[in-house]
Design a protein around this ligand. Structure first.
Ligand code: NDP
Length: 339
């Protein structure tokens, strides 16, 4: 049973060498009387929050326990039931679950988020647009952002799993949308393939404040925050009266021992801005409503969904590390490789 294990707790930027590929053993059946599930993992999800679990200190409010050195990483996955100790599932069922970075996993049945019912769409979509990143974009944008037609929306990390969906949800809502990303190719993608009105490469801009003023002469109504630090600081003076900032993530801060200071917070007062953090797991009850919204969009091709798929567990560490240098375009997926 091939596994990706954490070698040691990580300090600073994660490296491929912080993880090891090992071959562990697993008995391929569910112990008698247990309600656990034996699953074959098909697709695994690479997510920025996983970096926060690579440290020794627990972050209890995150709601996920940190990783243990020499044990497999855990994360969202699409898996197939091999043997079930729970009468709600049977052999062959496809599930979206919190699983482990290995070929086969024995997991408590409580780790299953839902059984996959609609298989007319690619299965890997369930760790992306139809799974956690999708509902994150949906909840953050619609529930916290409360968009109105013709409002001005700025999305950072806009070509990533969450960002590229937020931008398209905003366009579908009749908003003006600008995104930022870390390369020329990503900027072209945002403008030419994903329908953003404007996009810029933040790595090439010396003065983020000036570029935001140029794209938002009347100010930003909704800033979908994925990045934090300097990006947030530049946005604050450019917010419009009664603007909203759903705080989804701060990927620029996760590897820093000392978070960057943000100096412009007083603009929250002047502009009466509502800035609100959220964790998507608090919104799981919205899954049925969310799928009802997003499945038709996927089926009718009304949203473009970008996946970046690497093949094989041996390439998973590089894929995960790549989230922090922008290697991925769209949702980073690991295809475990046995379908
Ligand atoms: P992405 O697919 O967007 O991957 C991360 C991207 O972030 C990279 O591709 C890179 O793109 C960009 N990035 C990395 N480092 C920096 C940096 N220092 N400055 C600016 N951009 C950077 O990941 P997700 O879509 O899965 O996640 C996006 C955000 O949403 C993250 O902050 C994540 O933690 C958060 N999140 C929060 C959830 C919640 O419940 N609150 C749930 C899911 C995600 P580029 O080339 O543009 O630099």
């Amino acid at each position: 049973n091939k596994q990706v294990v954490l070698k040691n707790y990580v300090v600073g930027f994660p490296k491929e060498s912080d993880m090891n590929i090992v071959v562990g053993t697993i008995t391929l059946n569910v112990p008698q009387g247990s309600s656990d599930m034996l699953v074959k993992n098909l697709y695994l999800s690479c997510d920025p929050y996983m970096r926060l679990l690579m440290t020794k200190e627990e972050n209890p409010s995150l709601g996920v326990v940190t990783y243990t050195p020499h044990s497999p990483l855990t994360g969202h996955g699409v898996s197939q039931v091999v043997e079930s100790g729970n009468p709600d599932y049977e052999k062959g069922d496809l599930v979206y679950a919190m699983t482990k970075w290995e070929e086969y996993s024995l997991i408590p049945s409580s780790q299953i988020r839902f059984k996959i019912e609609h298989t007319d769409v690619p299965l890997s979509y369930y760790i992306g647009i139809l799974g956690m990143p999708g509902i994150t974009a949906y909840t953050g944008f619609f529930e916290l952002g409360s968009p109105k037609k013709r409002e001005n929306v700025y999305v950072s990390a806009a070509s990533g799993a969450v960002g590229h969906l937020v931008g398209q949800f905003a366009k579908l809502s009749g908003c003006y949308v600008v995104g930022s990303a870390g390369s020329k190719e990503k900027v072209d993608l945002l403008k030419n393939k994903l329908g953003f009105d404007e996009a810029f490469n933040y790595k090439e801009e010396q003065d983020l404040n000036a570029i935001l003023k140029r794209y938002f002469p009347e100010g930003i109504d909704i800033y979908f925050e994925n990045v934090g630090g300097k990006a947030l600081d530049a946005v604050l003076p450019n917010m419009r009266l009664h603007g909203r900032i759903p705080v989804c993530g701060m990927v620029s801060q996760y590897n820093l021992a000392q978070p960057e200071g943000v100096t412009n917070l007083a603009h929250l007062i002047f502009k009466r801005v509502k800035m609100e953090g959220f964790i998507v797991t608090d919104f799981c009850h919205l899954f049925p409503k969310f799928l009802e919204f997003v499945l038709p969009l996927v089926r009718e091709g009304k949203v473009v969904y970008l996946e970046d798929i690497v093949e094989g567990l041996e390439n998973a560490p590089a894929a995960l590390v790549g989230l922090f240098n922008g290697r991925n375009v769209g949702k980073q997926v690991v295809d475990v490789g046995h379908h």
